[in-house]
Design a protein around this ligand. Structure first.
Ligand SMILES: Cc1cc2nc3c(=O)[nH]c(=O)nc-3n(C[C@H](O)[C@H](O)[C@H](O)COP(=O)(O)OP(=O)(O)OC[C@H]3O[C@@H](n4cnc5c(N)ncnc54)[C@H](O)[C@@H]3O)c2cc1C
Length: 455
């Protein structure tokens, strides 16, 4: 254990900042987390709207209790404080029929969405992936999934198109085979994985962030300062020695630390927080290559009746003519998100970042999504109490595109600046969203400990 006099400054109280903060605190380090928003959670923050708990867009924990995020909670021995509802009633909707999302080999063999011949074709591709090694997956980090599936017929390809939605990608061209393989490995029960998902039973994905924040602040000397806007990272003699934080609109405060960890998307952080001359043009160019986030437009709906009578939790419409790509019945996952007698539904579609900026496009998509839901659930508009449409430019801060995944993301350290670390879903890690953010923290914290030990 390192002496408690060491102090680590963390910029951002999203999943990655909180995960690394909590693990460091667990190793006897004092952490000070500065969060510019008024609450913790970052992109996973939840709010109350008309007595419903709304997440910041649809949020579930990939790989349920096998996720890197859950692994962090286990490491801290606080996993039992999080009650998770299982998200496993997932369906495809195709030509007026529902098909159960395959959770394993047997489900897949009986997946009538695909004719038997196609199921066999798809399995021939997926089984070797499920048993591949991490090293083998890395060799395919430059290859788009479409390259592998181009020989399959349209029907089999539609299956891969549908599961791209779960990987936050709009098309197969935008998913690296390597990343796809790692997802299949994590979902393989024969290797200790699961294809199930989890969601906090008490409602609100930010329950997880609050739990981590509570853990951090329960240690004397560690704190989280919300509304704490960091203006700049102070670098002296090639070493990060602290930060400059806004005190009010006119003044700022210098806070010193033994090292600084940045947890916001790296291409934003290097633009906003670090002197560009220190970084050099090539470095900046290399980081800006990652500036390709995934984006979505989604609408939350409050309903007076549960239109999904069979209690399905998620429905993925697979028809290419359908704008809506995911329909999420949040109150079928846990009733605690809605007041008595009301129900919560969320539906959305992936868009480009510029489409997410356009309010005109947002209204067009909003109407198309409503029309698509009504076709599947004719009672939908009759039960509608309120709706709230939102667009997110940054869902994952990097896309899953070939050349931008796993080790091709931002490293956790920079060679020429000591004591400066990077975590978050734009840094070396794999998995979906919060899983990648937590994974980055698990990979980075030993580097921070080793630096503090040697400093
Ligand atoms: C609509 C939507 C749906 C999603 N669905 C899922 C899902 O189903 N499952 C899943 O696993 N993931 C999902 N994600 C992705 C997931 O939310 C992110 O991958 C994850 O939360 C990223 O965490 P992070 O810590 O890397 O970054 P962030 O959450 O962005 O945290 C960075 C923090 O730094 C703070 N910050 C930035 N600059 C400063 C500054 N100058 N001073 C102080 N603080 C600063 C920010 O306010 C923020 O709190 C979704 C995201 C969105 C938007």
């Amino acid at each position: 254990m390192i002496s408690v006099t060491k102090k680590v400054i963390i910029i951002g109280a999203g999943i990655s900042g909180l995960c690394i903060g909590a693990v460091l605190v667990n190793h006897g380090i004092n952490v000070e987390i500065y969060e510019k928003m008024s609450k913790v959670g970052g992109r996973t923050v939840s709010t109350i709207f008309k007595n419903h708990i709304l997440d910041n867009g649809f949020h579930i924990m990939p790989f349920y209790k096998k996720s890197a995020l859950y692994q962090v909670l286990q490491l801290l021995n606080i996993h039992n404080l999080l009650k998770l509802s299982k998200v496993s009633d997932i369906f495809f909707y195709h030509e007026k029929e529902f098909f159960k999302y395959p959770k394993g080999l047997m489900d897949f063999l009986t997946l009538s969405l695909l004719p038997f011949r196609n199921r066999f074709q798809v399995l021939k591709l997926i089984i070797p992936m499920a048993f591949a090694t991490l090293k083998q997956s890395e060799k395919k980090d430059h290859m788009p999934l479409s390259e592998l599936t181009k020989k399959l017929d349209k029907r089999s390809n539609s299956f891969f198109d549908a599961i791209c939605m779960l990987a936050f990608a709009d098309t197969q061209e935008h998913v690296a085979v390597g990343e796809f393989i790692r997802t299949i490995i994590k979902a393989n029960p024969f290797r200790g994985g699961t294809s199930e998902f989890g969601y906090p039973s008490e409602g609100g994905y930010d329950t997880i962030s609050k739990l981590l924040a509570q853990y951090i602040t329960s240690f004397t000397g560690s704190k989280i300062l919300v509304n704490g806007i960091v203006k700049r990272i102070i670098i002296k003699d090639d070493k990060a020695i602290g930060i400059e934080k806004s005190s009010n609109s006119l003044s700022s405060e210098i806070i010193k630390g033994d090292c600084v960890i940045v947890s916001s998307p790296v291409y934003l952080a290097i633009r906003d927080l670090i002197d560009q001359n220190i970084l050099g043009k090539n470095f900046i160019k290399n980081v800006n290559r990652l500036n390709k986030s995934t984006s979505v437009i989604e609408t939350h709906y409050g309903l007076s009746k549960n239109i999904e009578k069979k209690q399905r939790q998620i429905v993925f419409p697979t028809s290419s003519s359908s704008t809506v790509k995911g329909i999420f019945f949040i109150s079928n996952i846990t009733r605690s998100v809605s007041p008595k007698g009301e129900y919560l539904l969320l539906a959305g579609t992936p868009v480009t970042r510029s489409e997410a900026y356009s309010s005109n496009y947002k209204s067009i998509i909003k109407e198309k999504i409503k029309k698509d839901i009504s076709e599947i659930y004719p009672n939908f508009e009759n039960c509608l109490i309120w709706e709230k449409t939102m667009a997110w430019q940054i869902v994952e801060s990097v896309s899953k595109e070939p050349g931008l995944v796993w080790k091709q993301k931002m490293p956790h350290t920079i060679d020429n600046i000591k004591g400066l670390f990077f975590v978050g879903d734009s840094t070396i890690s794999y998995g979906i969203g919060t899983d990648a953010a937590a994974h980055s923290a698990l990979l980075c914290y030993p580097k921070v400990l080793s630096f503090l030990n040697s400093d």
